[in-house]
Design a protein around this ligand. Structure first.
Ligand SMILES: CC(=O)N[C@H](C=O)[C@@H](O)[C@H](O)[C@H](O)COP(=O)(O)O
Length: 226
């Protein structure tokens, strides 16, 4: 699928992130496949998933594009940090490889440009996960097919917010021609619609749909008196 074809497919649509953190009871491949099937049944347009094994299992049974990544570790650049990780995700059947495109050093000393080149050569597209406007502009210049606000709030120096970074969505949408994906802390359908209204091409929602542990904790906190 070309970048243009996929952009047309995803325009104004919901991408459901089916992930579970380390140690979570939901972190099991067949469980994550069930989450993806639920996302399909509910009308999702694409699935975002972590780990080549999970990507392959979802791609085998879900007739939607899979945006794959491979989280390795939890400090610095850990979302698809190297070309090796990216090619494993592409090889698992992801239509799009999502990777950290922040301006931090990658653990193998490679560049985001090298990752883009390798993924394109493997026949897949690239989603750049960024935390700032400048990173998104650079990622687009380096050939990313989509730019996502995934990492705003998770990189030192970026604003910590309880909701999505809609200002970044708007700024990126005005600055680049590459489709901008709103991702991170979209908690309600209204916030998803607002992100589209602020210029997002499509939206990714994870926790609010697919994370019962975090959602339970949110309710528990809500009824617990200080
Ligand atoms: C920062 C980071 O590691 N984000 C990850 C990226 O794949 C996922 O853990 C998020 O769940 C995903 O971005 C969707 O966001 P939210 O779950 O807030 O809707």
């Amino acid at each position: 699928m070309t970048a243009q074809e996929l952009a047309t497919t995803l325009q104004g649509k919901l991408i459901v992130s089916c992930q579970a953190p380390p140690g979570d009871p939901m972190r099991e491949t067949s469980t994550l496949v069930r989450l993806a099937l639920s996302a399909v049944a509910g009308g999702g347009a694409a699935i975002r998933a972590n780990d080549p094994e999970v990507v392959a299992a979802i791609a085998a049974v879900v007739d939607l594009p899979v945006i794959g990544l491979w989280k390795d570790g939890d400090v610095g650049v850990f979302i698809t940090p190297t070309v090796r990780h990216a090619l494993a995700v592409a090889g698992a059947g992801a239509a799009v490889v999502a990777a950290d495109a922040t301006d931090r050093p990658r653990p193998d000393g490679s560049t985001f440009a090298e990752l883009v080149e390798a993924v394109h050569a493997a026949g897949a597209l690239v989603m750049a996960d960024v935390s700032t406007l400048a990173e998104g502009v650079t990622a687009a210049e380096l050939g990313a097919d989509f730019v996502s606000t995934t990492l705003s709030g998770y990189v030192p120096g970026t604003p910590k917010q309880t909701g999505p970074d809609l200002d970044l969505v708007a700024a990126l949408s005005a600055a680049i021609d590459v489709p901008v994906v709103a991702e991170g802390r979209i908690n309600t359908p209204e916030e998803a619609a607002e992100a589209l209204a602020r210029g997002a091409h499509s939206v990714v929602v994870g926790t609010a749909i697919t994370a019962p542990t975090a959602l339970t904790a949110r309710f528990v906190a809500g009824i617990t008196r200080p």
